[in-house]
Every structure is written in C-alpha cells, then in structure tokens.
Design a protein around this ligand. Structure first.
Ligand SMILES: [Zn+2]
Ligand SMILES: [Zn+2]
Length: 253
C-alpha cells in the first residue's frame, strides 16, 4: 500500500485506475477486496467501536447508554485521579482496531497512518489555544529495529489535520525498558521510573500538549510521559490514541 501511495504521489491522481488494476485495493484489516484504496471493507467499519457519550468527565471512558450522566467520574478515576487532562480515543480496542494497529506497527503499512489519524482527530475536542503534538517515544534501539515510531506517524498526520504543531522529539527514552506486557501495574510503574524525559523543557512550559500513542493499555507509559511533561511546566496534557483498551485483560499486542 505504501508503494501505491508513493506511486500516486509521484505520478499524480490521473492514473489511479491503472494503479488500482496493478494493485487491487484490499481492506488493511482483513484483506477483503474493496472498491477504493485507503479505506476499510464494510464489515470492518462496522466492527470499529467509536467511544460515545455519556462518558467520564476526567478520562472520557464511555458509560454506555444506561450509565451515569455526562460529567460523572468513572470508578478508576475516583480510585486514583489521572495525571492527564483527558483521553481522545479514535476507537475502543476491538479485533479490527487490533489488526489495524498491528498492520501499522509490524506490517509497515505507513499508508494506514492517515486513516487512523482521521479517526483520532474526530474525537479531539476543539481547544482555544494552540497545542503542541508530541508522540510517545520509542527507545532508539527499538526505533532502529522497526524503522519508524508508529506514534510519531500518527502525530505527524494529526499535525497535518490541523490539530496542533508537531514536536516529534519533545520526549525521549533515557533507558531501555523491558516489554511491559504481563507485568502488574506496580511493576510497570517501577520499570518506567526515570525512563522518559522531556527534550526541550523551554518549549513545553506553559503549553497545552496532545500526547499521541497508537494503543492505550494500562496507561503506565503514557502516565510517565504526562508526568514528565507536567514537571516541565505543561499547562495541560490530553492523550490522543487510536485504540483505547477499557478491559486490560483482553489485550495482547
Ligand atoms: Zn475488512
Ligand atoms: Zn474516568
């Protein structure tokens, strides 16, 4: 798909039908043939779960139709108030969103980034002040291994969509952390102590930040990022992610 997009960019839209003939468009989640490049098949669109209202006033966790009123606070937030100032999730974690994230991450489907970012942008509340868009960083070893940071790809697309100004290296990993999958909440937090630092404290001070990641699971990594940004003087930090996991037991990425 990357190749097709690049081809189109290079030779312009006029020859698109010819490109489609050579590379028939396929749904990036299930591989089913589709009418046009850059979308999903109808079944996969239907499986995407867009978080709705009413939702938690602090973290936008959807309550479902029979839930409490808009502006109420969910049980996890009541238990421990979040460090962030809201979560804008493009979708809730389902089989299809998992496949899309894996396709972006491991299948190098860089052309998927605009589609996923469009879904995130739709959930970002308008802000009066300009935001800085900062991706959750990858350690340089992982970056080298994978070739790109999927959070940075999404961040770049969000900047293109007018959600703020991209500061791609606003945060950095200061040490390699083990994979957090399978760890309990306390072990995750411990593994991340001192692992994330702000690169340019001067540009963060007094600013509103949109922190971008592909999947939001336990929130241990994003919390470490939010805390680093707040220590550097950020006025607010809203987390923007493509797939938000509400029930942690379900996820294995
Ligand atoms: Zn599909
Ligand atoms: Zn909440």
């Amino acid at each position: 798909m990357e190749r097709v997009t690049t081809l189109r960019r290079v030779i312009g839209g006029g020859v698109a039908p010819l490109v489609d003939l050579v590379y028939p468009p396929r749904c990036p989640a299930c591989g089913e043939g589709i009418g046009e490049q850059g979308g999903l098949c109808a079944t996969c669109w239907n499986d995407l779960a867009i978080p709705g209202d009413p939702s938690c006033g602090l973290c936008q966790r959807p309550f479902g139709e029979s839930g409490p009123d808009e502006g109420s606070i969910c049980a996890p937030c009541l238990g421990s108030p979040p460090a962030h100032d809201g979560i804008a999730a493009g979708t809730l974690y389902t089989d299809t969103s998992r496949k899309l994230v894996l396709a972006l991450k491991h299948g190098r489907r860089i052309a998927l980034a605009p589609l996923l970012a469009r879904l995130i942008a739709a959930r970002i509340r308008q802000a009066e002040e300009e935001r800085l868009i900062i991706p959750v960083p990858l350690h340089r070893w992982r970056l080298w291994h994978r070739g790109f940071n999927q959070a940075a790809l999404l961040a770049r697309e969000l900047a293109k969509a007018g959600c703020g100004t991209l500061v791609v290296d606003g945060l950095r990993r200061t040490k390699r952390t083990p994979s957090l999958g399978g760890m309990g909440a306390k072990a995750r937090t411990r593994a991340l102590v001192g692992a994330i630092a702000v690169n340019k404290p001067v540009s963060i001070k007094g600013r509103h930040i949109l922190l971008v990641d592909d999947v939001l699971t336990s929130g241990a990594t994003s919390t470490a990022c939010v805390k680093a940004l707040k220590r550097a003087g950020a006025k607010s930090v809203v987390i923007a992610c493509f797939a938000r996991v509400l029930d942690e037991a379900r996820v294995h990425t």
